[in-house]
Design a protein around this ligand. Structure first.
Ligand code: FEO
Ligand code: CA
Ligand code: CA
Ligand code: CA
Length: 653
């Protein structure tokens, strides 16, 4: 793709060394600014953040949530798109120690029950924040408090179910007897966007907040459901209205006093569409894009008159990569009109509720096939009890969606090393996806049996016992991860070509492990966030790679010893044209104990936005970020960080 008359793009910054400090480190000539940390109020009225504050449900509902992850920008007008826009940010999960620091941690009463207002505060610290931000004349960015677009979506906000699962028996609850609505979006990890100006936020580790004390259903087993206590014990609180807390307990019950919420969690595990321009609108869960632990959702190339494609993946060990292809063909009349308020969800309905969901099979010869998850799809070799098609096993499309991963198993999808972020080169249509690591990958594989439930949060213990190595996941006990690249065939929606683009590794590993020849200056592990930063219509761009490797995850590998999590950059060359490791450069390193996630740049590329998630102490050193309490204790705050050049030029080149 490096053709045409323009000079090839080159990275113009000096690569930095690894770092293990409580600071965001950037190259010489660059600076980093903290923006919109957890607890920043979206309005100027009433209390403002202080490091000693005990948060209430009301305060947290009007302030930035915790653990920033995926994010994207939405211009209010084209002229100021790089200086003044709406920022949508996911708040993936919480650090209870930091949230309840003034109380020395969360409260459990003698019976182990949580106080209702603590639970409400935690629920309100999850979800999505939409906030207007603006750059001052001195280059400093700030939150525009009181802007009419500022809004928090939480794990309590009413949401609308759309697509094949809407209105089916799978999702009827005491609160939504017709199965069309649910409260909350949960554990929103990575993000995406649509060409009509909406934000896509993806529900990843949502099973952890539900429980079922009875016999687990097939989908609960497969996705990993606690059987005793939820991640934060939300189901133990009492005194709410309309099943406010009971809904987290999905144990089947005949008790009409608390209501039947056995189906509550079937309204989770989706790609959720949010219209940042219209704070009056509710989130729309797009069930047609599958139900699993969704990492994120990324649009393919947008071409007039062609169907839209969205790529998505399931972040668990030995789970799958998917794509959704809309039935409706793209028409430019549906494109975003920045800053205007109109019914974008109606446009979303027309593209995202009707189409075909496919799962990927990667073949050893560098070719691949998208397998349609439809009732008519035949099961190679036959299914359980002699079933010939997915419809015979799961009933209808809604049944397939509820059990997406089981259906994908039957079609022979390729189990992957934990799919995380994807990104698409809009000029060429090439898709990149991080496969972060996999401790359940072995040379031979072991019997495919499923564990009873998830064992921990950030590396899910569900899926196969172990899977054998295969061409796109060739390293056993894969602790470093890799970045995959593929391109769909121009003349077929079901075939593609693929290659491993880049292997993570410690520099000192054997070449059979360090396959991309990484050195001390660019070694990395556990790739996660990705963003293809298009710089021209010929396909020149920078691939930014973020990592989630950290020592605190128990991954005590040589990379974690040498550096905190980081941002790297590479200018990809054409498929099949050599080793990306040679031109990979380290651009930024995060503070201790964090992961670095969430990424985009302004349209003029003068400001690169990243998120620092679950820091240990940071940003204590920034005096204006109010992290240190009066008693001197550090109360860490996840935050967005804006990286800019001192001379105001474009980042990276
Ligand atoms: Fe929330 Fe798979 O990262
Ligand atoms: Ca991630
Ligand atoms: Ca991760
Ligand atoms: Ca995370």
């Amino acid at each position: 793709t490096q053709t045409g008359t323009q000079a090839p793009l080159t990275l113009g910054f000096k690569a930095i060394s690894g770092s293990t400090t409580d600071a965001v480190v950037v190259p010489p000539g660059y600076r980093a600014q903290v923006l919109a940390p957890w607890g920043t109020s979206l309005s100027s009225a009433g209390r403002q953040w202080s490091p000693d504050m005990v948060l209430t449900p009301e305060y947290q509902a009007g302030a930035m949530g915790m653990h920033h992850d995926g994010m994207y920008h939405f211009p209010l007008n084209d002229a100021d798109a790089s200086r003044d826009f709406l920022l949508a940010v996911n708040h993936e999960y919480i650090d209870q120690g930091a949230l309840w620091a003034p109380r020395n941690g969360p409260t459990n009463n003698a019976s182990g029950a949580r106080p209702a207002d603590e639970v409400r505060t935690e629920i309100n610290a999850h979800g999505v924040g939409v906030v207007r931000i603006r750059q001052n004349d001195n280059g400093h960015w700030q939150v525009v408090q009181d802007d009419r677009h500022n809004k928090r979506y939480t794990s309590q906000s009413p949401m609308i179910l759309t697509g094949p699962v809407r209105g089916t028996d799978h999702v009827r609850t005491a609160w939504s007897p017709d199965g069309t609505r649910v409260r909350g979006t949960n554990n929103n990890c990575a993000s995406g966007y649509t060409p009509w100006g909406t934000y896509l936020t993806c529900e990843e580790n949502w099973p952890e907040v539900f429980i079922n004390r009875g016999e687990l259903s097939a989908d609960q087993k497969r996705l990993g459901f606690p059987t005793d206590r939820g991640r934060y014990g939300w189901e133990t609180a009492t005194g709410g209205k309309e099943g406010e807390f009971e809904r987290f307990d999905n144990t089947p019950t005949a008790d009409s006093a608390t209501g039947d919420y056995r189906n509550e969690a079937r309204a989770f595990g989706y790609v959720v569409e949010i219209d940042p321009y219209n704070p009056e609108s509710a989130g729309h869960k797009r069930t047609a894009l599958g139900r699993f632990r969704h990492e994120g959702c990324w649009p393919g190339r947008v071409v007039e008159g062609q169907p839209l494609t969205f790529y998505t993946g399931h972040d668990s060990r030995n789970e799958y990569i998917y794509k959704f292809v809309s039935r409706k063909r793209w028409q430019a009349a549906d494109a975003n009109r920045p800053g205007e308020t109109y019914d974008r969800h109606a446009i979303g309905d027309s593209y995202l509720n009707d189409g075909t969901l496919y799962v990927a099979r990667f073949d050893d010869d560098g070719r691949g096939q998208w397998l349609p998850l439809t009732p008519e799809s035949s099961i190679p070799g036959g299914g359980p009890e002699g079933a010939g098609t997915l419809g015979e096993v799961f009933g209808d499309l809604a049944g397939i969606i509820i059990n997406t991963c089981d259906a994908a198993d039957l079609l022979g999808a390729t189990p992957m090393d934990r799919p995380e972020w994807g990104t698409v080169d809009p000029a060429t249509g090439e898709v990149y996806m991080s496969l972060t690591n996999n401790s359940k990958r072995t040379a031979q594989g072991t019997e495919a049996s499923y564990t009873e439930k998830g064992t921990d949060i950030d590396q899910m213990g569900v899926g196969y016992a172990t899977a054998p190595v295969n061409a796109p996941n060739p390293r056993p006990d894969n602790e470093y991860g890799q970045v995959l690249r593929w391109k769909d065939d121009a003349d077929s929606p079901t075939r593609f070509q693929w290659e491993v683009f880049l292997f993570g590794s410690a520099a000192n590993e054997d070449p059979r492990v360090n396959r991309s020849g990484l050195t001390a200056d660019n070694q990395f592990a556990s790739p996660d966030g990705l963003w293809f930063d298009q710089r021209d219509s010929a396909g020149h761009g920078i691939l930014w790679i973020q990592t989630d490797n950290g020592l605190d995850k128990g991954r005590g590998n040589a990379v974690a010893e040498a550096t905190n999590d980081q941002v790297l950059a590479v200018v990809p060359s054409a498929m099949g044209s050599g080793n990306a490791g040679e031109s990979l450069k380290r651009f930024a390193v995060g503070p201790n104990d964090c992961e670095v996630t969430g990424i985009f740049a302004t349209p003029d590329r003068t400001a690169l936005f990243i998120n620092i998630q679950h820091p240990g102490n940071w940003p204590a050193m920034n005096s204006d970020d109010a992290t240190v309490a009066a008693d001197g204790a550090v109360r860490p705050r996840a935050a967005t960080v804006v990286i800019q050049r001192d001379d105001g030029g474009p980042v990276g080149v």
